[in-house]
Each structure stands twice: as C-alpha cells, then as structure tokens.
Design a protein around this ligand. Structure first.
Ligand SMILES: [Zn+2]
Length: 403
C-alpha cells in the first residue's frame, strides 16, 4: 500500500472493486504501514495481536506502541460475527472525534464531552466502574447519577436505551423531571416509531440517530429538523452499489453501502462493503448541504420466520459469542438456512471436521439471544459447506427459504 495516494483516488474510483472485511483480513499485512507490521515476526503473530480480544479495554480497543509510535487497535465484528481489527493513529481518531463534535453542535451548540452522559466510550470514572451492560439492578445507579450530575445530552446504544427505558417504565419508575437533556444520541440501531415515541416522552427530549461503526465513527448524523441522516462528506465518500458492484448514481435507488475514507492512511478503506442496504437522496429541507442516507430495514429473506427477529441480527450475535467467548477460530464459514418453518440447517466449513461441543455452545448462544423462541426449532448441523458465493462481498450468514 506504499504507493497508495488519496489525492488521485477519484481518477480510478469508479473502476475499483468493492472490498470486504474478509478480503482485508486475509491480506492484512498489506493494509497496514510497514512501521506497524515490522513489529511482528510473522503474519501469524500480527494477526494474533490484532484479533486478541483478551487485552481489550471496556470500549473494545487497545493501544499498541513501539519505540516512538503509537496506534489504537479498535475491534469490531463483521456481518458474519467474526472479529475484525481497525488500526488508527491518534491523529486519525482526533479527526473522527472532532467531526462527531461538529455534528453534535448542529443539534446543540454548547455540547461538549464534559456535559455529556456517555454510556458508550465512557470517560467518567464512576460510570466506568458500574457494570450496567448486563446487570439491570445497576441501571438505577446510572439513573441516580444522571439525576445528580444533570448532563445536557446522552450518548447510548439503542440496545441499552431500550433496556434503560423498560427498566424505568416497568420496574422502577423514577421522577425524571429534574433532567434537562437537550438530546439523546442513539447509535448502532434504529428504534421503531413506537419505541421512539415512548422513549422521547420518558426522557422529555429528542432522539438523534448517529449511523456509524468502528471503522468510521460517523457515516451519517441526523438533522433535528427533518430527521434525515446526513452523510459525512468531510472526509468520507459514501455510495450505494448494485448487484454487479457498480455505483448507483441516481438518487432513491436501493443498493449496498460502500464507504471510502480519505483521511485514514494507516489502514485505508476504499469502497469498503459494510453489509447495510440503503438509498441516498440529495436535498433535505433542513438546509444542510450534504446528501442523506435512508437505511433499509432488514430484508424479507433475513427474517427468522415464526419469531419477531431478523436471523442476520440474531446469528451475528450468536457467532460473535462463539468467536469471542468460545474461541472457535477454526470455523471458516457458516451458513444457516431456515428451510422449513420450524427447521434450521447449519452448514459449517471447518475442513470437514466436527468441532467438540459446538452444537451445545451454538444452542446456548441462541437461547441467550432470543430466549425460548429457539426451542420451537429443530436444528441440524451439516459438516460440509456446499455454497459458492455468487458475489464475494455478499457473505450472508442467514437466509430463510420459507418466504
Ligand atoms: Zn436534513
């Protein structure tokens, strides 16, 4: 990647093939600068350090330093649930952080990290010390602390926001009238209209969506006037592509989202396939000049029929558990097919071998994710992977053949 230059990327942009996490991970040494790669004796050692999740901070990142350089390794998972590492310098993180601040200022001018209540990427030592991610009882300490410290805005994931709201609505009603939140920044998932209404009424404030990921902290940020996710055009190129991988130039046509980062030189992302489907529009009534993106809800064939869940979301969580906690790294590919209303076939590519205890662990994670709904299904495990992916960037982990 040494000859790579961001300046002339637009000359060739249209002709570059979209790239996936899997493409990057299998050639990871070529994606990183030699000053970083040279710290490792072999590609295996490099990969081990990148994917080692035992030494991560609460925020799923870690610092790697050598002599006089320092990098941040941020860990995430792909559409297949496998770990993926993003390497950035401090400067690159600062660019992302200051862009996010600029978006937040559009919503509320006096916003700062100091007056925020950050429930992700926490900075506050007290919030860092409470385990509220799993333990519902600790949510009341979070709310009490919020009432005491009177933050002006909150940063939270949709999952936690829903848990927090349910807790307050059902178990422990508390007087929230002392709060004066100017907005709640919600990330990682959209809320359903009825959830939005209930939560905004509960906290007496507006929810603003932040569409992003570890690779690019912000891809789209909602305007408060029209509720549209305006694209980060400061340093990203965001497009949608058709099934042949070609850029869709017309507005309002659904395609797969690809992102190019013009500032991240440590680990360049060019036409990077995210796995989301969306359409892009050019003009919003709010006055912000950048285009906005409308994300598609899950697709029909991604629904886990006979439950209220999307299989792609459920099994991504299940696989994340299997990779991160049970460390089934020998599993190369997996595909889960709902071939009958109450039957799933799980196809595994592990060189024809079966893995000790895999079945039990798989079921355990399914149970953790969707509860007793999974018990209605019979599941067969097939230790053979018969699929040829028609498009290498579309590695669907779950498909229902029922609808
Ligand atoms: Zn707008």
């Amino acid at each position: 990647m040494s000859e790579f230059s961001h300046e002339n990327i637009m000359d060739v942009y249209d002709f570059i093939e979209p790239i996936t996490k899997q493409n990057i991970m299998s050639n990871i040494h070529q994606y990183l600068p030699s000053s970083f790669v040279s710290n490792f004796k072999s590609h295996d050692e490099l990969e081990r350090e990148l994917l080692n999740v035992d030494n991560l901070s609460q925020n799923h990142d870690k610092v790697y330093s050598s002599q006089n350089e320092k990098w941040f390794i941020e860990t995430t998972t792909g559409t297949t649930g496998k770990p993926f590492a993003v390497v950035k310098t401090m400067r690159e993180r600062m660019i992302e952080a200051s862009y996010l601040l600029k978006c937040r200022k559009r919503v509320y001018e006096d916003v700062s990290l100091k007056n925020g209540f950050l429930l992700i990427h926490q900075l506050d030592p007290y919030l860092k010390s409470i385990d509220f991610r799993k333990n519902d009882e600790n949510l009341q300490h979070v709310v009490k602390y919020m009432l005491e410290t009177k933050p002006e805005w909150m940063f939270i994931t949709a999952y936690l926001l829903k848990r927090l709201s349910n807790y307050l609505l059902i178990n422990k009603p508390m007087d929230l009238s002392g709060l004066n939140l100017k907005f709640i920044e919600n990330t990682s998932q959209h809320l359903l209209p009825e959830e939005l209404e209930t939560i905004e009424a509960l906290f007496q404030t507006k929810i603003i969506n932040n569409y992003g990921c570890r690779e690019f902290w912000n891809i789209g940020y909602e305007c408060k006037e029209a509720g549209h996710l305006h694209l980060n055009s400061d340093y990203l190129i965001v497009d949608v592509i058709d099934d042949e991988g070609k850029i869709i130039k017309e507005e309002g046509i659904v395609g797969d989202v690809v992102v190019t980062n013009l500032v991240n030189k440590t680990m360049p992302f060019i036409k990077y396939y995210l796995g989301d489907r969306a359409k892009i529009y050019n003009n919003c009534t709010c006055g912000i000049k950048t285009p906005y993106i409308v994300l598609e809800e899950g697709r029909k064939h991604e629904k886990l029929v006979n439950t209220k869940y999307y299989g792609n979301v459920v099994f991504r969580k299940v696989l994340r558990g299997l990779y991160f906690h049970n460390k089934y790294h020998e599993l190369k590919r997996i595909k889960i097919i709902q071939d009958e209303p109450f039957h799933l076939s799980v196809y595994l590519d592990i060189n024809g071998n079966s893995i000790e205890g895999f079945k039990e662990k798989f079921l355990w994670h399914c149970n953790e994710t969707i509860g007793k709904d999974i018990q209605a299904f019979s599941i067969d495990f097939v230790y053979d992977y018969p699929f040829q992916e028609s498009n290498s960037y579309k590695d669907q982990v779950f498909i229902n053949k029922v609808i």
